[in-house]
Design a protein around this ligand. Structure first.
Ligand code: SAM
Ligand code: SF4
Length: 329
C-alpha cells in the first residue's frame, strides 16, 4: 500500500513521490520503428482499448491521490480520433498541473494550433536521425521532412519542446547533427538508451557515455546543468553554444529508480507499477465492473507494488511481455 499523503503527494513504500502518470491512449501507430513496433506486431482489438471517459475517470481519481502531471503517449496519440478534446478535458480538470504529449511528429504540424489553444504544457518529438534514408529505414516511412517541419513550428510556437532520440548503433553519426538542433532552436535534445522491453530487447544501442564522448569533442564546455526539465529522469547538460540543453535518459547505465515518480497506464487499461515487470493492476476490470473494489484502491495498490528498481541488467528477470507501443515508453 502507499504509505502517506504529504503536501498533496502520494509516497510509495520507499518514500518516492508518485505524481506522474503516463497514458498510452492507443497501441496503434502510423510508423514501424524497428525497436518498438516493427511490421508484424499486432494491434489490440478496439473493445480492449479504454474509451476517453474511462481514461478521464482514472485521471480524476489519480488527481485525488496526488498525481498531477500526465503524459499522453501511445502508439501514436495523434492518430486517435478526438485526441485534442480529450487532452483539453484533462487540462481543464481541477488539480491537473501539466499535460504533455509525446509524438512521432508526422501529424503534429496540423494539430499544433489546437495544441497551443488548449495550453499544452510540453511536446516531445521522437527523432532518431536527420538522415532521410536512415529515418525511412528505422521507422518504415519516408517522413523526415514532416517531422523536422513540425519540430521547427513547435519550437517557434513557444511550447516547451524536446527531441527524443533513441541511440542505435547505426545512428552514432547522428549524435552531433541531432545535438546541433539545440544550437539553432530552443529545444532540449535527449539521447535515450534502448531499453530491453518489447522488441527493444533485440536491439543493441549506444550508451550515455558513448554519446557524451562524441559530444564533448565538439562542445568542450559541456557541463551538467543540474536542473530537472519536466517530470522525467533525464539528466541535462549545457554548452554556451546552445539555446536548449542536451539530456540523457540512460536507464541501462545510469539507473534512476531511486527517484522514480511514475505509473504507466497501457492502452488496454493495465496500470503498470514499473516498466520492467508485469506488475500492477487491471484498471479496466475495475472500470467495467469485472473486478470489485474502487479505482482509488486499485491505483493505490499499483503504487504499493512498485519495486525498488528495474532489472534491465538481469534480463532473465524481466517479466514484462508487452510492447512499447502498448506501454507508451
Ligand atoms: N509514437 C510516439 C513517439 O514515438 O513519440 C509515442 C510513443 S513511443 C512508444 C514513446 C517513446 O518511447 C519514443 O520516444 C520512442 O522512441 C521510445 N521507445 C520506444 N521503444 C523504446 C525502447 N525499446 N527503448 C527506449 N525507448 C523506446
Ligand atoms: Fe510508433 Fe512511437 Fe513506437 Fe515509433 S516509437 S513505432 S512512432 S509508437
Amino acid at each position: 500500500m502507499f504509505t502517506e499523503r504529504q503536501d498533496e503527494k502520494v509516497k510509495d513504500k520507499l518514500g518516492r513521490n508518485i505524481n506522474y502518470l503516463r497514458i498510452s491512449v492507443t497501441d496503434r501507430c502510423n510508423l514501424r520503428c524497428k525497436y518498438c513496433m516493427p511490421a508484424g506486431v499486432l494491434d489490440v482489438c478496439h473493445e480492449e482499448i479504454l474509451r476517453y471517459e474511462e481514461f478521464l475517470a482514472v485521471c480524476g481519481t489519480a488527481v485525488r491521490l496526488g498525481i498531477n502531471a500526465f503524459k499522453i503517449t501511445g502508439g501514436e496519440p495523434l492518430i486517435r480520433r478526438d485526441i485534442i478534446p480529450f487532452m483539453a478535458e484533462l487540462k481543464a480538470m481541477d488539480g491537473v498541473r501539466a499535460v504533455t504529449l509525446t509524438t512521432n511528429g508526422i501529424y503534429l504540424e496540423e494539430h499544433l494550433p489546437e495544441l497551443v489553444r488548449i495550453g499544452i504544457d510540453g511536446i516531445n518529438i521522437s527523432l532518431d536521425t536527420l538522415d532521410r534514408e536512415q529515418f525511412a529505414d528505422i521507422t518504415g516511412t519516408d517522413g523526415l521532412s514532416r517531422v523536422v517541419t513540425a519540430l521547427t513550428a513547435t519550437a517557434e510556437s513557444g511550447i516547451r519542446t524536446k527531441v527524443n532520440a533513441v541511440m542505435l548503433r547505426q545512428t552514432r553519426s547522428q549524435i552531433l547533427p541531432l545535438a546541433a538542433l539545440a544550437e539553432t532552436m530552443p529545444v532540449d535534445v535527449r539521447f535515450i538508451e534502448v531499453m530491453p522491453i518489447g522488441i527493444g530487447r533485440f536491439e543493441r544501442g549506444l550508451t550515455e557515455d558513448d554519446a557524451l564522448a562524441v559530444l564533448q569533442q565538439k562542445y568542450t564546455d559541456l557541463r551538467p546543468d543540474g536542473g530537472t526539465h519536466g517530470n522525467g529522469p533525464a539528466t541535462y547538460w549545457k554548452s554556451e553554444d546552445m539555446r536548449g540543453s542536451i539530456g540523457f535518459i540512460a536507464a541501462n547505465t545510469h539507473k534512476f529508480c531511486d527517484a522514480c515518480n511514475r505509473l504507466r497506464l497501457t492502452s488496454a487499461g493495465f496500470l503498470k507499477s514499473c516498466l520492467c515487470y508485469d506488475l500492477g493492476v487491471d484498471l479496466k476490470a475495475v472500470l467495467r465492473g469485472k473486478a470489485g473494489g474502487t479505482l482509488e484502491g486499485a491505483i493505490a495498490a499499483a503504487i504499493g507494488k512498485k519495486p525498488q528498481g528495474h532489472c534491465f541488467g538481469e534480463r532473465e528477470e524481466i517479466t514484462e511481455g508487452k510492447t512499447m507501443n502498448q506501454i507508451g515508453g
